[in-house]
Design a protein around this ligand. Sequence first.
Ligand SMILES: Nc1ncnc2c1ncn2[C@@H]1O[C@H](COP(=O)(O)OP(=O)(O)OP(=O)(O)O)[C@@H](O)[C@H]1O
Ligand SMILES: [Mg+2]
Length: 456
Amino acid sequence: MPRFQWKLILYFTSLCLLLLLLQGYLIDQLKWSLLASLLISLLIALPISFYISNIFTDPIQRMTEKARQLVSDRFLTEARVDQNDELRVLSKAMDEMDVQIRKKIEEISKERDYLQTILKGMAEGVLVVDSRSRILMTNEALRKFLSLSYDVTDRIPLEIIRNAALEEAIQKVIKNGTNISFELNIPISGGKTLECNVVSLPPSSKEVERGAIAVFHDITRLKELEKIRQDFVANVSHELRTPLTTIKGYAETLLEGALKEEVAFGFVQVIKRHTDRLTKIVEDLLILSKIESKKFLLQEEGISIPDLISDVMDYMREAAEKKKISIDRSGISPGLFLEADRNYLEQVFVNLIDNSIKYTQEGGKIAISAIEKNGKEIEFSIKDNGIGIPKEDLPRIFERFYRVDKGRSQELGGTGLGLSIVKHIVQAHCGRVWAESQLGEGSTFYFTLPRKQKIT
Ligand SMILES: Nc1ncnc2c1ncn2[C@@H]1O[C@H](COP(=O)(O)OP(=O)(O)OP(=O)(O)O)[C@@H](O)[C@H]1O
Ligand SMILES: [Mg+2]
């Protein structure tokens, strides 16, 4: 029983006792004993005081319970008060306050959940710092960018991103409130380029100074693509300029009078050779752009591998015989079939066998094989015992216009696009392509194609 109720009981009991004693006194006048009147008074006074005290304490108790529930976040019961006085008004106000607090808590929780979902789903990294430049929060994307596995709350940004420009930008934003955007290079996972926007964070009710939010957008891939595009334009221009300059030079010499001279025939031959080269570059570029275009569709059909390679050999035989190079086809499993685009697959074999012939000395050997691997794919290989490829060049040979020995390749009419075309065709078929080589000993080019269907 609460202390308040005890006090009330005591108070009412004393009051009743006083009244009853008075009555006892009057009765005493009628010759009753004082002790008897005291006992009777007590028996009457106690239940009366208990009843009266309950009337007061019951609603207070209920309100106290409700206030406790408000704090403890339990399901709330109504603080029902039966009287029609100030306590009832207070109880009503508490019920209303309870509803409002519930509503506000629900709204805040909802907003917090939205915010957390947004931050979690963002591809951009987010870093929030307070006015002392101490980290308040980081999102998942940023922790991923920076491979952070520990809690960074309350640390300074410099501890997680060692970049003075970022630190400076955060300080400036906190001080001046102006937003700052800049690019950031961080030496993580082979180097990343991030576009960083630092904006000011309005001060909270407790703080006077503002904080800052830094948003990081990973533009590494974008930068790489930009670089590839720039390199590509520079390479194409360079590749086209050489034959064009030669053609222009020889044509001008002919026009200036050499047309009538004996050398004219030779000059026209040079012009023809360089025009062929220009045509090849343009054709190769067209093939590449076609494969890379979004509309590119493979015309897949059932193909017999031994038949397809035999057809390719018809075009290549002359070049191989010229250099007395033998081509061994015994590694091709008989009866191999697969679904692929015949024209493009032929192009892959032509480019690879052409390279093997071009980069193998006279009397060399080439071996072609095709075997089924774990029932899912077919692995092809074209092996030669030619000049080989230096280790440092090997990872780059599938790049456009990349040639180990530019002079030698150009002499042989190469544009440096052949392997790039091979790579794109194989990848369009969902296959893989790679090369192994030993300088001076030879090279082996491998590619796999998935076996979609077995045609019998
Ligand atoms: N079998 C090979 N042996 C040695 N080097 C090779 C071989 N295949 C390719 N290479 C090297 O890789 C480079 C790129 O080959 P790629 O086929 O893309 O271009 P290319 O043969 O020079 O010109 P093309 O566009 O006419 O094929 C070649 O210049 C050559 O240096
Ligand atoms: Mg080639």
